[in-house]
Design a binder for this molecule. Sequence first.
Ligand SMILES: [Zn+2]
Length: 98
Amino acid sequence: MRINCPCCGERGIDEFSYYGDATVTRPDLTSPTAMAEFVAYAFERANIPGPHRELWYHAAGCHLWLVVTRNIATHEILSVESARDVALARNANAKGSA
Ligand SMILES: [Zn+2]
């Protein structure tokens, strides 16, 4: 498997580290229901075959955090985005809907 890093170009998977599901948000640990929310955050996954957004880190390259959309049934990589750009877009959308 190869990942097309937006900074470095296409590189082998051995240069990257997988950091998990990019669709979940760490819960607020000060919430009264924090324990249940954290258990769901850490352990409950649908694991449905098809496209899935994952967090990757280019450890042996530019050190960029990436959001990789990958078909987990075929391993086909559908898109690669800078995690920073994804977070900025998410925050802008959150402000727009507030
Ligand atoms: Zn890179």
